[in-house]
Design a protein around this ligand. Structure first.
Ligand code: COA
Length: 320
């Protein structure tokens, strides 16, 4: 028994912000941002927030899959930016969609979240626990971004992407998930201060902080290692892979991964230029764009790979 994606949808933030717009609020330039990251625009959410964007992407994925929300058995939402501690964001999506028969919970693995959530869905399908699963990656990073820190604020955008998955006899679906909690500090965002009424600290959300060069080195080392391990375990040659759909963090990271894998960069589709780094949403947004543009054909072998805070990273080999 394997896992197949039967529908996709996406919803970027509603407000497009260019590099030039950011140069008006921090000391930066289009040239600096574009040459180091490939980013030209990002779309920030001013209205919907994480659960609203997630629900819209989910609605479109259900339409594409020709499945009614009532037929969903499980909603998995990968996010680092839920609106509440509880209820979880997946329950908010369940309510907005009217997916009254679905269990719902969130998965937190930063920019690897979608890859982790899709593998979790795959395990539930393989065990026969659920039949129709909605997997969403959604993040509203602009709400945890320090808009006076030019080292981070130019990188991120908001958005959501979703897929509906079902079990299938044919095809392939295999994954790897990894984590290294010792490297937490290179990319983190405190949830709230550790205070209570005894210590006198006021609970408040923190902002993203990052050691950019360490994150860069981590990604270009661990992602190719992980993909090579996956392909060798599954006895799959690189020539069989149609596309590598990677987390869209930085164009230079994607180019470096392609080089280390000794694969042409044309096999690494990118939309980072338009959306920036949308964390857990980047892979499903790109998948949805490619699906709607007719670029994915039944039977195409794809590798998805995510990496981010935790540190976490992982990859999936699947057949479209
Ligand atoms: N505009 C202009 N200058 C900037 C800037 C900005 N937006 N951000 C930083 N700078 C400056 C720095 O202050 C520094 O100046 P200094 O030399 O006078 O101190 C200089 O540019 C170089 O900074 P540095 O951090 O060394 O740049 P870099 O070449 O490493 O590029 C990143 C920075 C963030 C683009 C790069 O490290 C990166 O992409 N890392 C990966 C980040 C990532 O993908 N994170 C998410 C993973 S899920």
């Amino acid at each position: 028994m394997t896992t197949r994606i039967i529908g996709t949808g996406s919803c970027p933030g509603d407000h497009k912000v260019s590099n030039g717009d950011l140069a008006e609020i921090v000391e930066t330039s289009h040239e600096w941002i574009f040459t180091r990251t490939g980013i030209q625009n990002r779309h920030l959410s001013t209205e919907l927030g994480t659960s609203g964007m997630a629900a819209r992407a989910a609605e479109l994925a259900c339409e594409d899959a020709k499945i009614k929300p009532e037929d969903l058995d499980l909603i998995l939402l990968a996010t680092s930016t839920p609106e509440y501690c509880f209820p979880n964001g997946a329950c908010q999506v369940q309510e907005k969609l009217g997916a009254v028969n679905a269990a719902a919970f969130d998965i937190s693995a930063a920019c690897s979240g979608f890859v982790f959530a899709l593998q979790t869905a795959g395990s539930f399908l393989a065990s026969g626990t659920f039949r129709n699963i909605l997997v969403i990656g959604a993040d509203d990073l602009s709400k945890i971004t320090d808009w006076s820190d030019r080292g981070t604020c130019v990188l991120f955008g908001d958005g959501a992407g979703a897929v509906v998955v079902q079990a299938e006899e044919r095809g392939c679906f295999h994954g790897i998930m990894k984590a290294d909690g010792r490297k937490a500090k290179v990319l983190l965002c405190p949830a709230r201060s550790e205070g209570n009424f005894l210590t006198g600290k006021v609970p408040q959300m923190g902002y993203i902080s990052m050691d950019g060069q360490e994150v860069f080195k981590f990604a270009v080392k661990k992602v190719p290692e992980c993909i090579n391990q996956l392909l060798s375990e599954q006895k799959t040659a690189k020539e069989e892979i149609r596309y590598y759909i990677l987390h869209q963090a930085n164009k230079r990271i994607l180019e470096a991964v392609a080089k280390r894998l000794d694969e042409p960069v044309e096999k690494f589709p990118m939309n980072i230029g338009e959306y920036g780094n949308t964390s857990a949403a980047s892979i499903p947004i790109l998948l949805d764009e490619m699906n709607r543009q007719g670029k994915l054909k039944r039977g195409d072998k794809l590798v998805l790979a995510g990496f981010g805070g935790g540190l976490t990273w992982g990859a999936i080999l699947l057949e479209w």
